[in-house]
Design a binder for this molecule. Structure first.
Ligand SMILES: C[S@@+](CC[C@H](N)C(=O)[O-])C[C@H]1O[C@@H](n2cnc3c(N)ncnc32)[C@H](O)[C@@H]1O
Length: 381
C-alpha cells in the first residue's frame, strides 16, 4: 500500500506479529525447535517471598520445604522448575541466538539464620550445563529508596550485611557467533545497527536507568508484578537481535517485552502462567500509543543529532567522515550508514491473544513534543 504524506511516498515496509500464550513455560511445545533468535526475560526470583506461592503451585514440595524451614532445599526445588524452562529456551533458540535473563539474588532469614540465595550463579550453572556460553553479564544498579538501610547488627562489626542494590542481566549464547549469510540477513543487520555513542552506553557492564524518560505502563501494575523497566528489554532487543527476528519472553508478566518488541520492529511470543495477567497484558499494549513508541525512536535520533553537533563543534576531535542518507545525519562509523528506524503505523489487536504492528518507511518524528509545543503556542496566542 502506498500513500502520500506531505508529498512523500509512504509505504508499509513491515508487519510484526505478537502472540501471548497463557501456559507454563516448562512446556513451550507450540514453539518449534531452533526458531527463536532472542530470549529476554525475568523469571520469578527464587526465595523472594512474593514468588513463594506461584513457585509452590508448580511443585508442592517447595511449600513443604518452606514450611520445614529448609531454605536450601526450597531454593534448589525452585531452580529445578526454572531449569525446565531453560531447557526449553535452549531447544527453541537458533544457533547463535541469545538468552538474556534478568534476575536478582535473594536474602532471607530462615530459622533465625540470615543468608544469601545466589540465584544468578545457580542460573549460570544451569545454562552452562545445557551447553550455552556465558558472555559478559550486566549489573543493573537499581535505584534504591533506602540507600542507607542497614542489614544485621548496624554499626557493630561482624554481624552486618551489605545491602543488595543491584540485579543481574545474564547473557548467554547458543553455539558460536550467529552467521548472516543471505542478502536479506545482511541488509537487516545493517539496518538494525545502533549509534556509536549508544554502543558506548549499552555495552557497559553496569547499567543505571536513572534518567530514563520513557514510562509505558501503569505504575500500580508495575509494583504488583515486579515488571522491569521498558528500557531493559528495549536495549537488549536492539543489542542482540535484528529487525524482523522473533523475541521470546517465557515469563511475560505485564507484557513489557512485547511492547519493547513492537517498538523495535521485532515479532514476539510471550508465555505467562497466570491467566489473570492476560487482561493486564492486553490493556498495557492497548494503552501504549504508537506515538509513545515512535517518540522513543525520534528521541534517539534527536540525541544522536545533539551528539553530532557537540562533536562537530569540538575542534580537538577529528572530522566525522560518514553519513546516513536515510536519517540525513552524519554518523561516526561506516557500520551506521544504513541504520533505518521506521515508524509504527498501527498496532492492532487481532484476537484475545494476538497483536499485529505495522511499520512505514517514514522517519519517526517526536509527535508528543510537537503536540506539547503546539499547545504551548496556543496558550501564548
Ligand atoms: C518477574 S515476573 C516478570 C515481569 C515481566 N518482566 C514484566 O515486565 O512485567 C515473572 C512472571 O512469570 C510468571 N510465571 C511464573 N512461573 C511461570 C511459568 N512456569 N511459566 C510461565 N510464567 C510463569 C509469573 O506469573 C510472573 O508474571
Amino acid at each position: 500500500m502506498i500513500y502520500k504524506l506531505f508529498g512523500v511516498n509512504l509505504y508499509i515496509i513491515a508487519k510484526m506479529n505478537h502472540k501471548i500464550i497463557i501456559g507454563q513455560a516448562q512446556k513451550m511445545s507450540v514453539i518449534k525447535d531452533s526458531s527463536i533468535e532472542l530470549v529476554v526475560t525475568s523469571p520469578p526470583y527464587p526465595m523472594i517471598e512474593m514468588w513463594d506461592g506461584i513457585m509452590s503451585e508448580q511443585n508442592a514440595e517447595i511449600k513443604t520445604a518452606l514450611e520445614n524451614n529448609n531454605g536450601q532445599l526450597a531454593f534448589e526445588l525452585m531452580h529445578l522448575e526454572l531449569d525446565k524452562v531453560w531447557a526449553e529456551v535452549e531447544r527453541v533458540l537458533i544457533l547463535g541466538g541469545f538468552a538474556c535473563i534478568n534476575i536478582g539474588d535473594a536474602t532471607r532469614t530462615i530459622n533465625k539464620e540470615f543468608a544469601l540465595y545466589p540465584n544468578h550463579s545457580r542460573i549460570i550453572s544451569s545454562f552452562l550445563k545445557l551447553g550455552l556460553s556465558n558472555l559478559p553479564n550486566i549489573i543493573w544498579r537499581k535505584q534504591t529508596n533506602a540507600p542507607n538501610k542497614f542489614m544485621g547488627s548496624g554499626m557493630l562489626p561482624c554481624g552486618a550485611y551489605v545491602t543488595l542494590e543491584h540485579e543481574w542481566v545474564l547473557i548467554f549464547r547458543k553455539g558460536s557467533k550467529r552467521e548472516f549469510k543471505t542478502d536479506d540477513q545482511k541488509k537487516r543487520r545493517q539496518e538494525s545497527s545502533f549509534f556509536w555513542e549508544e554502543r558506548n552506553v549499552w555495552f557497559s557492564d553496569v547499567w543505571d536507568f536513572k534518567g530514563t524518560k520513557q514510562k509505558v505502563s501503569n505504575s500500580v501494575t508495575r509494583e504488583r508484578s515486579a515488571a522491569y523497566p521498558f528500557e531493559l528489554p528495549y536495549r537488549l532487543i536492539n543489542m542482540y537481535s535484528l529487525k524482523g527476528d522473533t523475541v521470546l519472553d517465557p515469563f511475560l508478566g505485564t507484557g513489557t517485552t512485547t511492547i519493547a518488541a513492537i517498538a523495535t520492529e521485532r515479532n514476539s511470543i510471550g508465555f505467562e502462567i497466570d491467566n489473570s495477567f492476560l487482561d493486564i497484558i492486553t490493556d498495557n499494549i492497548n494503552a501504549t500509543s504508537k506515538e509513545q513508541l515512535n517518540n522513543i525512536t525520534a528521541l534517539r535520533i534527536e540525541q544522536h543529532e545533539r551528539f553530532i553537533k557537540e562533536r562537530t563543534e569540538d575542534v580537538s576531535k577529528n572530522e566525522i567522515k560518514h553519513f546516513n542518507s536515510y536519517l540525513k545525519l552524519p554518523v561516526m562509523t561506516s557500520q551506521e550508514v544504513n541504520i533505518s528506524l521506521s515508524t509504527i503505523e498501527k498496532i492492532t489487536q487481532d484476537n484475545a491473544t494476538t497483536f499485529t504492528s505495522t511499520y512505514t518507511n517514514a522517519l519517526p518524528v517526536n509527535n508528543l513534543e510537537k503536540k506539547k509545543a503546539v499547545k504551548q503556542k496556543e496558550l501564548f496566542v
